[in-house]
Design a protein around this ligand. Structure first.
Ligand code: SF4
Length: 499
């Protein structure tokens, strides 16, 4: 490995002690803790409340007044455009592949993670690459690309500022467009100080300048640039990435090889559709009219051009999307990864970001997509991590009916995964509460149960302990307060009507 193939940006990384729970780690730990336990721990993190406040304020500022009038027709048009592509996903992907090939790119179709990793490793091996600069990409998180390449001895440097910050702390991104949303400026300064080996101020401009100075050299030294794709235009074979930092532009133009990784649903039919989709993505993701950089790559560098890669590879990873496209959940593939539903979701905010979901995709979009992708059996429980308040659907720029899907996924879970004991319990409860006498009897039993210590279920072995993990029992002796309050209110109302 030559000196030029050693990352400048990551020098000193070993001095950073990751201060995060195991469940926020990158990569995800193979053995996951139970979801209720993780969410209970997430609520206790000191960072959770400030993160919730920050995201809540952001959501209020951006969506408090509803959709601006001029964007309403754009939103409806975008929803139609995305469904149009989903109607013939295979056809548009084939058209895209033909166009990319016609412009000198190489297209790799990968059915799953292992095929995608094999395709990317093949290109890296051929070029004997040792240093890779990467622009933000969720699908590369999904296939665990960084860790696979690091295991091969390749250094991978995230160049999106937020992604670089979480990479330094060995964490996963906690939000689709704001990967370090769970961290404060003080957290970032602490991380950068350890990296630099000297104290740094918490001034945002100074921190950004430090990151810029650290990352810049790596663009020039890198053998390969890897990016995600925000939109891929079937009509022209153009790969579109949007950033506010220009890092995707650097990663696609400086290294001699560019590997773009996308999932099939990123395809759009026509170039002109960008006129609708780009402003909506900018508005919903960052409340901007337009992001600072839109980078459009159509094939590798041609004769007479000054920059751009010598080779362009496009890896299209299906990982179950074609199957989802055939189900009633097809609309989730219309997602343009703006992250607005995450910012708007009170559950996501209260948990201090997406780490506690345990999946690559978190928040409302993740609670629908991750169980369908089947990344981990525990993801089937994610649809229950929602208050069904509907905020996610209100802010979604492509009108995905997220709450309806969450309800349907809950029903699927109950039908297919709930144990026979749980089902029998719910049936008994339903029968009991269908009669006033049964209901009153249950109140008496509950009050008697309240005489037992509240820690008892967690101390019992087996099912009671599993059930109690991460749950806090209310004081059951207080049960019935609602009915008393109701009676008081009715009495009060009756007195007033007699006056
Ligand atoms: S589901 Fe909608 S709001 Fe959520 S990330 Fe996707 S496009 Fe954005």
């Amino acid at each position: 490995m030559s000196a030029s193939n050693i990352s400048h940006a990551l020098q000193g990384r070993e001095r950073i002690a990751p201060e995060r729970p195991a469940w926020a780690a990158s990569p995800e730990p193979p053995e996951r803790e139970a979801l209720p336990l993780v969410t209970a721990q997430a609520l206790q993190r000191t960072a959770a409340a400030p993160t919730a406040d920050r995201l809540g304020q952001r959501s209020q500022d951006w969506h408090g007044e509803g959709w601006p009038e001029h964007l309403v027709p754009l939103r409806e048009h975008a929803a139609r455009l995305r469904r149009e592509t989903l109607d013939d996903l295979g056809g548009y992907v084939a058209q895209l592949s033909n166009q990319v090939s016609a412009h000198g790119g190489v297209v790799h179709h990968a059915a799953d993670t292992s095929e995608a990793l094999a395709a990317i490793r093949g290109v890296i091996a051929e070029r004997q690459a040792r240093l890779v600069v990467k622009s933000k990409s969720m699908v590369t998180e999904e296939i665990g690309l960084n860790h696979a390449l690091e295991a091969d001895g390749v250094q991978v440097v995230e160049t999106d500022l937020g992604e670089w910050i979480v990479q330094l702390g060995d964490e996963r991104p906690s939000h689709l467009v704001a990967p370090a949303a769970h961290l404060s400026r003080e957290d970032v300064a602490q991380r950068f100080s350890a990296l630099a080996g000297e104290p740094m101020s918490t001034d945002a401009d100074e921190l950004a300048a430090f990151a810029r100075q650290r990352l810049r050299q790596d663009y020039q030294d890198a053998d390969i640039g890897i990016t995600g794709v925000n939109f891929a235009v079937a009509e022209t074979g153009t790969l579109v990435t949007v950033t506010n930092e220009g890092n995707a532009r650097m990663a696609t133009s400086q290294p001699p090889v560019h590997i773009a990784v996308m999932t099939p649903e990123k395809v759009i039919a026509r170039m002109r559709d960008l006129g609708t989709l780009l402003p909506l993505l900018s508005h919903s993701g960052a409340h901007q009219q337009v992001t600072t950089y839109q980078t459009m790559v159509t094939g590798p560098r041609r004769d007479g051009e000054d920059d751009g890669p010598e080779e362009l590879h496009l890896v299209i990873v299906d990982n179950g999307r074609s199957d989802i496209a055939e189900t009633k959940y097809r609309d989730i593939l219309a997602c343009i990864r703006c992250g607005a539903c995450q910012t708007a979701c009170p559950v996501f905010r209260t948990l201090g970001g997406g780490h506690a979901y345990g999946s690559v995709y978190a928040g409302p979009v993740g609670a629908v997509l991750s169980p369908l992708l089947g990344e981990h059996p525990q993801d089937a429980e994610l649809p229950f991590l929602s208050s069904l308040c509907g905020s996610c659907a209100d802010v979604c720029p492509v009108q995905i009916p997220l709450p309806d899907m969450l309800v349907d996924l809950r029903a699927d879970y109950t039908r297919t995964q709930e144990s026979a004991t749980a089902r029998a319990g719910w049936k008994a409860w339903s029968a009991l509460w269908s009669h006033p006498l049964g209901y009153r009897l249950s109140i008496v039993v509950t009050r008697l149960g309240g005489l037992l210590p509240r820690w008892l279920p967690a101390a019992l072995p087996g099912a009671p302990r599993r059930w109690a993990t991460g749950r806090k029992l209310p004081d059951l002796r207080q049960s019935g307060r609602f009915r008393k309050a109701l009676r008081r209110m009715r009495l009060h109302g009756a007195e007033r009507s007699h006056r």
